[in-house]
Design a protein around this ligand. Sequence first.
Ligand SMILES: [Zn+2]
Length: 108
Amino acid sequence: MRVFPEDGPLALTQSAVVTHETHRCTVDGCPNLAAYRVMLYDFEPIGGTVRFEADVSCPYLCREHAADNEVQARGDRGTHARVVYPYTNRGGEHGVSLYLDLLPADTA
Ligand SMILES: [Zn+2]
């Protein structure tokens, strides 16, 4: 299943579609190519509502900023939590940030 067809196949051909023009790290002033697409995930236990969608407040992160984002995250990551991240989920939504690999691990 291709969850994000706009990102192309998650395979060798991906290097052809992940470019600085289309997939730059969203952090202000960062020149790096994005290594991850950022998603927001939440499960609301009373109604059973699942939210899994692109983080429009910070759609792409490079490897360095994704690591910063996790190390500096504050808050309990329990069910339906509000976690405060330095770069992602700027709208303060319930849920946690998830990262989908855009690049092979040895690049960017
Ligand atoms: Zn960056």
